[in-house]
Design a protein around this ligand. Structure first.
Ligand SMILES: [Zn+2]
Length: 324
């Protein structure tokens, strides 16, 4: 669960309600709503759908990135298509119907898997009748939905470009409950017909993080375990030891990978980032890298968080998780 994935809006998000609700339209909001797309999207050719809230880009063979640039989470869900079935990896914010979008893209039966169950990745789950999940208490709790109170900061003028989605009911925005139809496990193989995906259960960011590996095509969907930007390692449910093990495990795959496909910001990333993350995290945990205190954040979740910056990404880690 993230916002624009740079440190300034990150702080901004937690203060949004406090500061922004006092001003009907902030200068900050106008600025990013005028230019919501990240640099890097110009190389992809957009496919138009009846739901312009979502920007759809074919990023590699039979893989669509479904991007939501008008909310500061800048979330990306992916539709992965085989010859017999399609898999939707995440369902986004739930602000508009991703189900109707994927129906425009494929007539194949669709199964949903979530990269993890933070609200920004499960918003459209309730519209699907085939959802595979991880067998954890965290996953089950998320399937009961997220209340308006917990996520109302996502629909303030500071976090949403409202003119792009006139139908949104900001006063009632919440994540609807949904039903898991079955469980996936580490090593599960999903056969879409002519395309196999291997499931990796990769706890750390949350207890129920999932990566998908398309070994034949060298593609690894990393969810929030890696994306370009500040990586959140402070939220309730974060386990730094588990995250380090996860990164170490994923980094071993790098020689066989062509691209990482993360769940925020940009869709095709160099796999070598995983090695840089592993090395960077080792430095941080050994006390050999200086972090800077994130200032001004008063949210209980963002208290005493240090940012450690590297090329292309940073770690936002709660001090008590570091044991330094
Ligand atoms: Zn997220």
């Amino acid at each position: 669960m993230k916002n624009l994935r740079n440190a300034t809006p990150f702080i901004f998000s937690f203060f949004a309600i406090i500061f922004i609700s006092c001003s009907p339209k902030s200068a900050e909001n106008e600025k990013w709503c005028d230019h919501p797309f990240r640099k890097g999207y110009e190389k992809y050719k957009e496919i138009g759908t009846k739901h312009p809230w979502f920007k759809v880009y074919p990023v590699t063979d039979n893989v669509y990135a479904i991007y939501e640039p008008y909310n500061w989470q800048q979330v990306i869900s992916y539709l992965i298509i085989g010859s017999e079935k399609a898999l939707l990896f995440d369902t986004g914010m739930g602000l508009d119907s991703i189900q109707l979008v994927v129906k425009e893209l494929t007539s194949l039966p669709i199964t949903v898997i979530n990269s993890h169950t933070h609200y920004d990745h499960i918003g459209g789950n309730a519209d699907f009748d085939s959802i595979l999940g991880v067998d954890t208490a965290y996953t089950k709790k998320s399937s009961q939905g997220w209340s308006h109170e917990a996520i109302k900061q996502e629909v303030t003028v500071a976090s949403l470009c409202p003119e792009t989605l006139p139908t949104v009911d900001t006063a009632n925005y919440h994540i609807r409950p949904y039903k898991l139809t079955d469980y996936i496990h580490d090593g599960s193989i999903l056969d879409l017909g002519g395309r196999q995906l291997e499931v990796f259960i990769i706890p750390g960011h949350t207890p129920d993080c999932v990566a998908l590996l398309d070994r034949a095509n060298g593609l690894l969907w990393t969810g929030d375990t890696y994306y370009e930007g500040p990586l959140w390692l402070f939220f309730p449910g974060t386990d730094l030891d588990a995250y380090e093990k996860t990164i170490t495990r994923l980094a071993l795959l790098v020689p066989d990978l062509k691209y990482l496909l993360p769940a925020h910001n940009l869709p095709l990333i160099s796999p070598t980032r995983l090695v840089e993350v592993r090395e960077g995290l080792a430095l941080v945990r050994a006390g050999k890298k200086e972090g800077k205190l994130l200032e001004g954040a008063k949210s209980p979740f963002a208290k005493d968080v240090l940012e450690f910056k590297f090329e292309g990404f940073s770690f936002l880690i709660r001090k008590d998780l570091l044991h330094l």
